[in-house]
Structure formats: structure tokens, C-alpha cells
Design a binder for this molecule. Structure first.
Ligand code: HEM
Length: 418
């Protein structure tokens, strides 16, 4: 069995599944910040109910998402020891910051937010949610810093066969970073917005109670997703320039720069196939197709006037059907970015076959099956729980439920052991 192929499949499976959770987390937390701010500023309880409902879905997704993140980190340590050895001095810093920010700070803020309901002053409680959102964005930033370094290694020198960081600021100004970060963040907002719009559309179609609340969240979701898709498209097209300037072999690589680079690599690393598989371009093409198709969201925006979007009903169906599209595009986007840099794990520096751990194919196959089953279970559990809690509506989510009042009736007998 081909250890390298299995390790790459394992990376693809863990990274893709984990990122779906990340996108929902980033998108929903941004919307939650808006909802809770509206509650604190206006004091209107409808905003509190919306915050509790969407907050509950956010928390479910966050908890299961963290579990997928642990699987992902585990897989990194297990399968890519060559990568850790060669570029750990550079790559380790942003990854460690990401772990500290995501696992410790963000989870601490979130825990205090969940349990601080009715215990903390409203302003403090809201500040905690801002803390959760800021650390979520910081975590996305650092992971993109690390990924961009692998796409385009900068600010390092190789000593004793190992890369060492020489210029921290180069990590932050990496041309592979800026537009990609904008693209990923707007893709997350699109995902969160469309999820909110789709779930609200379901409630409005079924005429469940709380019509008014779901009408509000439908509007918020549609506006967010519509604005986000334009940003996704803008940052997406803007990525081509920087990507091709630092990775001439991406997307086919027939330019003179690509040919010169391939000649240089052949001289340094020996002859080989230095062009990425076509799978990367297929991913790119379908992602762009989805991105352009979702641009039609702009047509729904005028229908928000006088609730035509609800009265006509079919736009609600369209919104529900569109919910999976950003998720598919997210996976295709990462396939495009990651497969597109093959055969390198760190572009032009470390080939993938030198980065993989010296593990037998059988062992790799066993961990691949184990992790895939685990991730599949986490993903299915997440969607079942999200669907179940989403279907219950805003009546009384467990998140933020007021503490039970002690019974006024004093006539109850004392427990026997008192
Ligand atoms: C017109 C639409 C779009 C264009 C022009 C576009 C463009 C691109 C390009 C050029 C890349 C590859 C960057 C690289 O290889 O380094 C990319 C990657 C990616 N795309 Fe898109 N994209 C579009 C739509 C979407 C949509 C709808 C989503 C998801 C909702 C999405 C999510 C991603 C992700 C997650 C990546 C990997 C990270 C990154 O490089 O930013 N894209 N996109």
C-alpha cells in the first residue's frame, strides 16, 4: 500500500471535514455578535431570543468542530514527521499561536459566555462574545499564515538541513496570505448567512410559531450572504494574481516562469513531474461555478421589500436548496489550493514524499479508516443535532434559559435524609 497516498488522503479528509465546522463557526459567531449587540443596545427581548436560538446552534457546531480539530492535529503529528523536522522552526510558531488562541482563549471566553448568562452584567456578557469572535478570527488568521508559508515559503534560511525563521514580518506580509484570508473569511460569512437564511426559510415554509423572529433572521441571513458572495468573488478573482506570481506552476503552469522554475527544480531535485494533478483545476472550476451561481442571491434582495420573498414561497425553497452549495465550494477551494501546490508540501522546498512519516502502509490505512469513521460520526452527529435543535424553534433553547425559580410552596415535606 502506498503510504504517501494514504497520508495525503487522510490529510484531505481531516482538513476538509474540520474546515466545514470552522466556516460555520466563523460565520455564525459574526452574526451572533450582531444579534446580541442589538439586544444589549435596544433591550428588546426578541433579540435575546434570536441570540439564544442561533447561539445554541453555534455552540453545538463549535464543540464538535473542536473535536475534529484535535483529530486534524493528531494526524499532522502522526503522518508528517518530515514536515515537522524540516520546517517546524518556522511553521510551529503560527500553529502554536493558533492552538493557544483557538483552544484556550476562545474556549475560555465561550465557556464564560455560555455559563455567564443571567449571572454577568449584560455588557460584560456581550464583551465575552466579542472575545470569542475576535479569537476565532485571530485563529483563522494564524492558520492562514501557516498555510500561506507552505504555499510560499518566506522569511527563512536553511541551516543544517532545517529551515529557520529569520524574518517574522515576512510571514505576515506573505503575498499568498492577504487575498486568501479575505476569501476564506467572506466564504465563512456566506456559509453562516446562507445557513441562517435556509433554516429560517424552513420555519417560514412550515409556518411554525415565531414567524416574526424567523422573518427577521431570514432577512439578516439573506443580506449577509448576498454581501458576502460579492466579497467571495472579489477576493477570489483577486487571488489569481498573487497566487500565480508566487506559484507559477499552479492552474496548469504553462507560462515561461513555470517552465523556468521546473527546469530549476529538475536541476536541484532531479527530473520529475512538477505540475499539479488536473484535480486541482477541476476543483477550481466547480468552485467558481458555485460562486458565480450564488451571485444570483442579489436577485433575492429586492424581494425582501414587503416580504415578497416569503409571500412567493419559491425563493424560500431556493434558499433551503442552496445551503449545501457553500460547503461543497469550501471543499473544492481547499482541494484547489492544496492539490495545486503538488508535488510540494512547502512549495519549491520540501517535496511531499520527504515529509511523510516512515510508517507502514497498513498502519496508515488503519489510521485512515479510524479517523474517517470518527470524523464521519462527528459530522453526522453535528448535522443531526443542528437539525433537531433548529427544528425546535426559538421557544425555549437550553442556552441562556433563566434559572428555575424556587417553588413558592413551603408545605412540601422535608426530604427524609435532611
Ligand atoms: C467567483 C467565485 C470564486 C472565485 C473566482 C474563487 C477563486 C479562488 C482561487 C483562485 C482559489 C485558489 C487559491 C490558491 O490556490 O491559492 C480559491 C480557493 C478557495 N476558495 Fe474560492 N473562488 C470562488 C468561489 C468560492 C466559494 C463560493 C467558496 C466557498 C463558499 C470558496 C472557497 C474557497 C476556499 C476555502 C479556498 C481555499 C483557501 C484560499 O485559497 O482562499 N471559493 N478560490
Amino acid at each position: 500500500m502506498d503510504t504517501l497516498l494514504l497520508a495525503r488522503l487522510q490529510f484531505a479528509a481531516t482538513a476538509s471535514v474540520h474546515f466545514l465546522f470552522v466556516a460555520v463557526t466563523l460565520g455564525l459567531v459574526t452574526l451572533l455578535v450582531g444579534l446580541q449587540t442589538a439586544w444589549v443596545v435596544t433591550g428588546n427581548p426578541r433579540w435575546e431570543r434570536l441570540t439564544r436560538f442561533w447561539g445554541q446552534l453555534y455552540v453545538i457546531n463549535y464543540v464538535l468542530g473542536i473535536a475534529t480539530g484535535i483529530v486534524m492535529e493528531f494526524q499532522f503529528g502522526l503522518n508528517w514527521s518530515g514536515l515537522s523536522r524540516y520546517v517546524g522552526n518556522v511553521f510551529g510558531a503560527p500553529l502554536a499561536i493558533e492552538t493557544l488562541v483557538a483552544f484556550f482563549l476562545e474556549s475560555t471566553f465561550l465557556g464564560m459566555w455560555i455559563f455567564g448568562w443571567h449571572r454577568l452584567r449584560r455588557g460584560v456578557h456581550l464583551a465575552l462574545l466579542y472575545g470569542v469572535a475576535l479569537t476565532a478570527y485571530a485563529s483563522a488568521f494564524w492558520i492562514m499564515v501557516a498555510n500561506s508559508w507552505l504555499q510560499n515559503p518566506v522569511g527563512y534560511e536553511v541551516r543544517d538541513g532545517v529551515a529557520h525563521l529569520t524574518d517574522f514580518s515576512a510571514l505576515l506580509t506573505n503575498p499568498a496570505l492577504g487575498m486568501a484570508l479575505g476569501h476564506v473569511v467572506s466564504a465563512a460569512l456566506l456559509t453562516g448567512g446562507l445557513l441562517m437564511a435556509g433554516i429560517s426559510a424552513w420555519h417560514l415554509l412550515r409556518r411554525t410559531p415565531d414567524h416574526d423572529l424567523f422573518r427577521t433572521s431570514l432577512r439578516i441571513g439573506v443580506v449577509t450572504a448576498t454581501l458576502a458572495i460579492s466579497l467571495v468573488q472579489g477576493f477570489g478573482f483577486a487571488q489569481f494574481g498573487p497566487v500565480l506570481s508566487v506559484q507559477p506552476t499552479k492552474f496548469g503552469g504553462t507560462s515561461p516562469e513555470a517552465e523556468a522554475l521546473i527546469a530549476e527544480w529538475s536541476a536541484r531535485f532531479g527530473p520529475g513531474d512538477y505540475l499539479p494533478p488536473t484535480l486541482a483545476n477541476v476543483g477550481l472550476g466547480f468552485m467558481i461555478l458555485i460562486g458565480l451561481g450564488l451571485g444570483l442571491l442579489w436577485l433575492l434582495l429586492p424581494l425582501l421589500w414587503r416580504d415578497w420573498i416569503i409571500r412567493l414561497r419559491f425563493p424560500l425553497w431556493l434558499l433551503m436548496l442552496a445551503v449545501p452549495l457553500p460547503f461543497v465550494a469550501l471543499i473544492l477551494g481547499w482541494i484547489s489550493r492544496e492539490v495545486g501546490r503538488q508535488p510540494w508540501v512547502a512549495y519549491g522546498l520540501l517535496p511531499v514524499d520527504q515529509a511523510v512519516s516512515p510508517i507502514s502502509g497498513w498502519l496508515m490505512a488503519v489510521s485512515l479508516i479510524g479517523f474517517t469513521l470518527l470524523l464521519g460520526t462527528l459530522a453526522v452527529t453535528n448535522w443531526v443535532l443542528l437539525a433537531r435543535h433548529a427544528a425546535r424553534g426559538t421557544a425555549d433553547p437550553a442556552l441562556g434559559r433563566p434559572p428555575a425559580q424556587p417553588a413558592a410552596d413551603d408545605s412540601r415535606p422535608e426530604p427524609a435524609f435532611a
